[in-house]
Design a protein around this ligand. Structure first.
Ligand SMILES: [Zn+2]
Length: 156
């Protein structure tokens, strides 16, 4: 998926979830920009592995989230949760939308892709891009319940 989509869609989700009311428009723009920064891999000619992997898009943001849940305030916790959602959703969408992703880099540089089409009578019913978009949307849907999730996480 192209970089513009990786910027616009999380931005739309964040604005629709009214995250800008708490974090400001600049904060939301920076969060959406973080999702695009993963594509630096392509821009500077890296093999699509440096940032497009589970370590950078899941383990690092989850560590930041854990730190924020230990020492951070509500705003920082929710920003860290957005960072996790936006970065992870980028990798998931790329995995399903025709690109290859080195999921387990730096352990292995093996590239993975999920491509399939379900057709019926010559008409395409479901494609891997559609499923990727559904997963992407589901991840970003969490933005709508950010405050509720944060309150629940703090309580337990
Ligand atoms: Zn990408």
């Amino acid at each position: 998926m192209d970089s513009l989509f990786h910027f616009i869609f999380p931005l739309m989700a964040a604005l629709a979830a009214r995250i800008h009311m708490k974090h400001g428009v600049i904060g939301v723009l920076l969060m959406a920009l973080s999702a695009v920064l993963i594509d630096v891999d392509h821009l500077i000619g890296l093999p699509g592995a440096m940032f497009h992997n589970l370590f950078f898009t899941l383990a690092v943001p989850f560590t930041i989230l854990s730190i924020m849940y230990t020492w951070g305030r509500e705003t920082e916790r929710q920003a860290a949760m957005c960072l996790l959602l936006f970065l992870f959703s980028h990798t998931v969408l790329d995995l399903f939308s025709g690109g290859t992703v080195a999921l387990f880099y730096p352990i292995t540089g093996q590239q993975y892709a999920i491509n399939f089409n379900v057709t019926w009578g010559g008409y395409q019913i479901i494609s891997s891009s559609g499923i990727g978009l559904l997963i992407f949307f589901s991840i970003l849907l969490v933005c709508f319940f950010l405050q509720d999730i944060d309150r629940y996480m703090v309580k337990y």
